[in-house]
Design a protein. Structure first.
Length: 176
């Protein structure tokens, strides 16, 4: 089943051991081509694997890739745009939800362009407990470099004009 602009779908994040990690109840499709899927949400319900739930606080534009091992969430906060980048498998859509495997490591990018690598201990723990193969480890290490290069070069979506345009599109879809 193909996604189309304006569709509302959930997002399911899994861990390498195939266990459900987190669910975003709904996100709105803004754009899709063969390599990129862009969605948006605001104050959406998020359910954790342990059953706890919470709501996102601000509009978010989400970039999922079919050929890159990360996804990028741009959060439009009052003091600027923050990015949360998840090292993950490429996404797939199976008619039920947008799905990907979360590989623990995250990069947080601040409005001034500075960034930090997060969850290295979680990655090290899961490396053994979930038996990440050498191939997966190599892919993740290479993809971190690709992601950081995109951040440092201010490539889309880190150049901000792209994310602002998608946010405008999301706001206009919500008015309908």
């Amino acid at each position: 089943m193909k996604l189309s602009t304006g569709m509302t779908v959930p997002i399911h994040s899994y861990k390498h051991n195939k266990k459900l990690h987190r669910i975003w109840k709904k996100t709105v499709v803004l754009y899709q081509d063969e390599d990129l899927l862009v969605t948006a949400n605001n104050r959406t319900k998020v359910i954790e694997s342990d059953g706890r739930s919470w709501h996102t606080k601000e509009p978010a534009i989400c970039y999922f890739y079919s050929d890159l091992w990360f996804n990028i969430i741009g959060m439009l906060k009052k003091d600027g745009i923050y990015f949360y980048c998840n090292l993950s498998s490429p996404y797939l859509y199976d008619g039920e939800a947008i799905k990907y495997i979360d590989y623990d490591l995250d990069v947080k990018v601040f409005p001034d362009g500075k960034y930090i690598l997060l969850d290295e201990k979680e990655y090290e723990t899961h490396l053994g407990s979930m038996c990440y193969s050498n191939e997966i480890q190599t892919i993740i290490n290479n993809q971190i470099k690709t992601l950081i290069q995109k951040i440092e070069n201010k490539e889309k979506p880190f150049c901000l004009s792209d994310i602002k345009a998608f946010h405008e599109q999301y706001k206009s879809l919500n008015k309908k």
